[in-house]
Design a protein around this ligand. Sequence first.
Ligand SMILES: [Zn+2]
Length: 382
Amino acid sequence: MGSDGRMHPWGRGDRGAAVADVQAVLQGLGLLPPADDAGRPADEAVFDEATELAVRHFQQVRGLSVDGRVGEETYRAMGEARWSLGDRLLHYDPERPVRGDDVIGLQERLLELGYDAGPADGIFGPGTEAGLRAFQRDYGLTADGTCGPGTLRALRQLGRKVTGGRPQLLRQSASFVESGPHLIGRRIVVDPGHGGNDLGYTAGETTEADLVFDLASRIEGRLAAAGATVYLTRGRDQSPSVAERTAFANQARADLMISLHLDAHGSEHARGVAAFYYGTGSGASSTVGEQFANLARREVVARTGLLDLGSHPKTWDLLRLTSMPAVRLDCGYLSHPVDRLLLLDARLRGHVAQAVLAAVQRLFLPAEADPPTGTLTLPAKA
Ligand SMILES: [Zn+2]
């Protein structure tokens, strides 16, 4: 399932002032034509087919799960999409970090100019402030960490110093390589999706929540045996929110987070394994996340015979709010008869765990020592 959002989502047939708000944002973005019923009170606005189409379009271009409904994640993304660079003063507020498309605009500009402003994630954090102050100092501006009219003017006047370098991504890769080849001292968070009353997808007695918990436990065992320090985000009967899961991983100062889900689809033909890493359509992404998504997916495919559905950039909160590379792996379709049979087989789940261990080891091994997919069998204790 795409989102664990807690807000009751708005969808087709809902009406009221909140729907009018959603429509106003979509109109502002040019995704929905202006209403021809001007003068009608806002609380009579109806979430109609055109609204749903516009929401789907919005979700598509923002890398969100496309369901045509406005849940927590989509609602927040809409709030952030209202802003473009120059609309307001931007500065670091530790209590309520400023979020929005204008922040992404600032971060991307700083990164283009060669300043380390952290990931271009649309959240004005301490990294953004440090990058902004460094820029202000270099260009003789007051280094107050606030992006106001003077700073904006300077940012706009400067030519592009760095072209195509994506310096923040290079930095991320470099610090990753420096931290060494083996798993001792690595902190890895494994996140089984759903849990507690949230069963995820179900097929008869089988629930996504139980199966991914079993997978997570197997992965935990193998990683721990290889020397890593492993944390699970939940127990068997707990169902933390996405915010709790990401906060947990951040507090654990994890080097890597692996989130596990299964899929289901109305069509019984849908099957296979997909991986997701943080990335926006405009090119900002987590290099290490993408690399691990590819390694994990290919290892799972090579060792299980599940169909390969590729790796995809997403801006899901789980991937975006984590400060370490985070990857979500969707390990097969519970709605597909063969995938389901495979997933119910404990040996296959063991192969998936072995595949994830191999992918983690490959991620931390130097490139020249990297063995071909499906072949790595390091001894449990390196
Ligand atoms: Zn799920």
